[in-house]
Design a protein around this ligand. Structure first.
Ligand code: GDD
Ligand code: MG
Length: 360
């Protein structure tokens, strides 16, 4: 288990508008590009050779992340001219591989114990081992049923309510033998979830599940992207890749960030590098990206603001997701649930009115 493939070719449509300018794996989570959490996990288990399976925006990736040296790993790029699907992308990476390989979906963050997974895999003589994670509602995932020995019996991608028999889902991390990868048809668009796994099960091949019970979260949708911030803000100290320093209980800030002494900060707040917070109020779970500014009188509650955005004076933001390089002009009121795309200007005095009364 020396090499990994990360699947990064999806369009990230459920995370628009943020994925219009930034591919999903490069979106920041607590001000660190998402894929850095995955590299951190792989490095912890001695995996430094990483194949990035890409299509969409591959030039952007190469420019941003280079050959991996900066991250202490080595990247190989496996580029698809047209998307090959999850199975096709893994098959295309075969020339870069030489033994049992870890495969990760590019939008899953976990503290999975890959060595334990490998032990189970080799102990069972499996051709493929899939990490499983128990969730309340498996309908948005791949449902996996196993027997008491962990052997996979059924794989149902995005199950309908009557197909939900268990709560364990495909956690988007696999350990695959080369023989398994070789058996995927080359140069074809195939889904590992819908095409490859179900057929392999019918053929009686040895597929096992490894139940992970620690941290697991994905950033596939706006809701989960916000949720991951909310959940991890309380665990910042578990992630050494987040370089912000703790100022006091519930407050972390990056280098060169200035906070006005009269700012009221009450909750769990992460400020990036080079931010400026005036006499503002920050409440609940708040994450503010590098170089952003919050002016006097602004009030921000439970919101995520990306890099180099300015929230001008007297704005009120509640449960909002605001992109990079935005201007929320003075006295605007946003939220709950508003999402503002990169480089937008909102306001001044933008607000909602109560149209329900119009009929009277
Ligand atoms: N290279 C490449 N080429 N990557 C792709 C392609 C492709 O054609 N299509 C999708 N991907 C990547 C995506 O970028 C993502 O990282 C990963 O493959 C999975 O695709 P998603 O579109 O995110 O799938 P999903 O979230 O609906 O479901 C998957 O993840 C769940 C866990 O989060 C499935 O694997 C489910 O079974 C699983 O439960
Ligand atoms: Mg996904």
């Amino acid at each position: 288990m020396k090499k990994a493939v990360i699947l990064m070719g999806g369009l990230g449509t459920r995370l628009r508008p943020f994925t219009i300018h930034t591919p999903k794996p490069l979106l920041p989570v607590l001000n660190v590009p998402f894929f850095a959490y995955q590299l951190d996990l792989l490095k912890r288990f001695g995996i430094h050779d990483i194949v990035l399976a890409l299509g969409y925006r591959s030039a952007h990736f190469k420019r941003m992340i280079g050959n991996g040296r900066k991250w202490g790993v080595r990247f190989r790029y496996s580029l698809e001219k047209t998307p090959l699907g999850t199975g096709g992308a893994i098959r295309k990476a075969l020339p870069f591989l030489n033994g049992p390989t870890v495969v990760l979906n590019g939008d899953v963050l976990s503290d999975m114990h890959l060595s334990d997974m490998f032990h189970l895999h080799s102990g069972k003589n499996a051709e493929a081992t899939l990490a499983l994670f128990p969730v309340k509602d498996p309908s948005a995932f791949g449902l996996i049923e196993t027997d008491s020995e962990g052997r996979i019996l059924r794989f149902t991608e995005k199950p309908s309510p009557d197909e939900i028999t268990v709560n364990t889902i495909n956690a988007g991390a696999y350990l695959l033998e080369l023989s398994f990868i070789r058996s995927i048809p080359p140069d074809k668009n195939v889904s590992i979830e819908r095409d490859v796994f179900p057929v392999a099960l019918k053929d009686g091949r040895a597929l096992y599940g490894f139940v992970h019970r620690g941290l697991w979260t994905d950033i596939g949708t706006l809701k989960s992207y916000w949720q991951v911030h909310k959940d991890l803000l309380h665990k910042i100290s578990n992630f050494p890749i987040i370089t912000a320093k703790q100022i006091r209980r519930g407050l972390w800030a990056g280098k060169k960030t200035v906070i006005h002494p009269d700012a009221k900060i009450d909750g769990t707040v992460l400020l990036g590098e080079g931010c400026h917070v005036g006499r503002a109020v920050l409440k609940g779970a708040v994450c503010i990206g590098n170089g952003s500014q919050i002016k006097d009188g602004a009030q921000i509650t439970d919101s995520l603001i990306l890099d180099r955005t300015t929230v001008h004076s007297s704005c009120r933001l509640d449960h909002c997701l605001i992109g990079n390089h935005c201007h929320i002009q003075e006295s605007s009121i946003l939220g709950p649930g508003d999402v503002v795309a990169d480089r937008s200007t909102v306001g001044p005095f933008a607000q909602r009115f109560s149209y329900e009364d119009d009929a009277t």
